[in-house]
Design a binder for this molecule. Structure first.
Ligand code: NAD
Length: 356
């Protein structure tokens, strides 16, 4: 079996669902259920003996030791983290705690566990750490995409906490021989994301008839990766990656935030028209106010830029493609349309306050 951390989060819950849809192998899902957790995403797994949920913190060494001893997983897929940059700017403490200290605690527990196991079991073990393109810092418009050897230049406290964790993972591979894998994913979007993240925030605002707050001039560039493609990359790295290696995971859909909102307005427009034509709104929810015929700027409200806002992220992911055969499959417009559809079909999808 495998141990997944953060399996109730946005990417983690999709990982758990996709894994159990394609593997008989059970998993233990360790999650602290912070504000960001969405355990309801796993409702379809109720009663499924392959899914064991454990409510707990990755910093709890005694809990980790007992889980590893009891379940003897062949791999750890480590997704648990604090993930929202704005929260890290307001107070980075939880990020240092969960992302850096939590990862270190998990590495120590894994290493101690493997020391007591036969050499063949220890060699076959995998510790997959899910990192981010943010560790590379900000690129200029003409800079080449970062490959796996690009220097670390984290510029916000979230990125710093993830970069520190990456260094510990690398150190445990070199020093202790732990069979680690690191993936660095780009900006991930899809159904069920927390409303503090841009795509979810924008959909909830536009559906409510309100403009989307965009930082600065709206020209920061992000590379958008569908959550299903991100999860497929994690599985590919786990199954076919080489221990000790790091793999970039790009979406190949680099857009300014303004351009992204343009695509999103179109997705909402198309979906709304389609539902009007079919006379359905999905689950009795009122139809979204049509964005139809309005210029995209109608849906934008510029707000003061985020401090230390990175201008552009871009990664070269040829290593993951050539070594594992992975490639992103979901085009941005199709992925956004699916995300809009899920928002309309899930009452309360984006309930709760957003900070911007
Ligand atoms: N979302 C993205 O765009 C993106 C891109 C690249 C990499 N990543 C990485 O992917 C991973 C998952 O991201 P996400 O967007 O799904 O995050 P998320 O914020 O949606 O979910 C994080 C999950 O981790 C859990 N968690 C937090 N701290 C914990 C702790 N100390 N112990 C146990 N559980 C804890 C939370 O309860 C939550 O369920 C993170 O490591 C993140 O850095 C995310």
């Amino acid at each position: 079996m495998i141990l997944v951390t953060g399996g109730c989060g946005f990417i983690g819950s999709r990982f758990v669902l996709d894994w159990l849809a394609t593997h008989e192998e059970p998993l233990v899902n360790l999650d602290a259920l912070t504000y960001a957790a969405r355990p309801q995403a796993l409702a379809t797994l109720r009663g499924d003996p392959r899914h064991t949920f454990v409510h707990g913190d990755i910093r709890d060494r005694a809990l980790l030791d007992s889980l590893l001893a009891r379940h003897r997983p062949r791999a750890i897929v480590h997704l648990a983290a604090e993930t929202h940059v704005d929260r890290a700017i307001a107070d980075a403490s939880a990020f240092a705690q969960s992302n850096t200290l939590g990862t270190l605690t998990l590495l120590q527990a894994a290493q101690a566990h493997l020391q007591a196991r036969p050499a063949s079991e220890a060699a076959a073990f995998r510790f997959l750490h899910c990192s981010t393109d943010e560790v590379f810092g900000s690129l200029g418009p003409d800079d080449a995409p970062c490959d796996e050897l690009a220097p670390y230049r984290p510029r916000n406290p979230y990125a710093a906490s993830k970069a520190a964790a990456d260094h510990f993972v690398a150190a445990f591979h070199v020093t202790h021989g732990l069979p680690t894998l690191v993936t660095r994913g780009s900006n991930t979007y899809g159904p069920g994301q927390h409303r503090e993240k841009l795509v979810a925030l924008a959909i909830s605002r536009i559906l409510a008839g309100d403009p989307v707050p965009l930082y600065g001039d709206g020209l920061a560039v992000r590379d958008w990766l569908h959550v299903g493609d991100h999860v497929a990359a994690l599985v590919a790295a786990l199954e076919r990656g080489t221990p000790g290696q790091t793999y970039n995971v790009a979406g190949h859909q680099g857009l300014t935030n303004l351009e992204l909102i343009g695509h999103l307005v179109t997705a909402i427009e198309v979906e709304t028209r389609d539902r009007e034509a079919r006379g359905t709104s999905g689950n009795g929810r009122p139809l979204a106010p049509a964005a139809t015929g309005r210029h995209v700027m109608r849906w934008i409200r510029f707000v003061a830029d985020r401090p230390g806002h990175d201008r552009r992220y871009a990664m070269d992911d040829r290593k993951l493609r050539s070594e594992t055969g992975w490639a992103p499959r979901i085009a941005l417009d199709a992925g956004l349309r699916e995300t809009v559809r899920a928002a309309l079909d899930t009452p309360g999808a984006y309930d709760g306050a957003d900070a911007r």
